[in-house]
Design a protein around this ligand. Structure first.
Ligand SMILES: Nc1ncnc2c1ncn2[C@@H]1O[C@H](COP(=O)(O)OP(=O)(O)OP(=O)(O)O)[C@@H](O)[C@H]1O
Ligand SMILES: [Mg+2]
Length: 223
């Protein structure tokens, strides 16, 4: 499902090349749930941006779901992201002017497959928010907003879900519920889950834990 082959990524900062990811090679089979751990600044969000096709590596190849992401144009990568990936962020990234159901339906509307209201309501029901479907993000709690974001990530049945510290802004109990929801949805729909987290306990729900240190993947230990 995910195949990274010797990926190297750097940015130019103050006129100098600053390497952020070194020689990242990784294979994740379809349906596996993977947690990515590592200290702040180790490159976790950067790696996720490469997997989402937001950034392109300088060297190496990335294949997702049989497609070589590194061979696609910027437009084709954006299309791939919209159609085949679901992304969940720490700060939810909901559109403030849209209601909960309209936020969830957005991936379907962007794909041109119709209004998406029925599907959105079904997903909101699954995350326990059917009664909040007409609420705008500002009228929802943090945990509720993240449940809307999870419903949106899954509504178009993506093969791969990328989540960057989805519980970073939530209390411990809500975090546990959100993580359970993410893992349960991924298992129910057979989606591969790639989850960045600081919390080793939350990572314990994954089948596999990876650690980044200074832009390099540590050798894996069996869980
Ligand atoms: N555009 C950029 N220019 C310069 N440095 C950058 C740029 N983007 C990221 N960095 C640096 O790259 C490193 C990795 O950043 P990244 O956001 O991937 O870390 P992270 O592991 O997600 O950290 P956190 O746990 O705090 O979210 C950081 O040291 C950051 O300062
Ligand atoms: Mg980060």
């Amino acid at each position: 499902m995910i195949h990274l082959d010797k990926v190297f990524y750097s940015v130019i900062h103050s006129g100098r090349r600053l390497p952020l990811l070194h020689d990242i090679s990784l294979q994740v089979p379809r349906g596996q749930a993977v947690a990515l751990l590592g200290p702040s600044g180790s490159g976790k969000s950067t790696l996720l941006a490469l997997l989402a096709g937001i950034e392109q590596p300088e060297q190496g190849r990335i294949h997702l779901d049989g497609v070589e992401l590194t061979a696609l144009s910027d437009d084709a990568r954006a299309r791939f992201r919209r159609q085949r990936l679901g992304v969940v962020f720490q700060d939810f990234h909901l559109l403030p002017t849209l209601s909960a159901w309209e936020n969830v339906a957005l991936p379907l509307q962007l794909a041109g497959v119709g209004e998406g209201r029925t599907e959105a309501l079904q997903l909101l029901q699954q995350v326990g928010l059917a009664h909040r479907c007409e609420h705008r993000p500002a009228e929802l709690s943090g945990g509720e907003q993240q449940r809307v974001a999870i419903a949106r990530a899954f509504v178009h049945r993506p093969a791969l879900i990328l989540a960057d510290e989805p519980t970073g802004n939530l209390d411990q109990q809500t975090s546990r519920q959100i993580i359970d929801l993410l893992f349960d949805c991924a298992a129910a729909w057979g989606s591969t889950l790639f989850l960045v987290t600081h919390d080793a306990q939350l990572a314990g729900r994954a089948q596999r834990a990876l650690t980044l240190l200074d832009g390099r993947l540590e050798p894996e230990k069996c869980l």
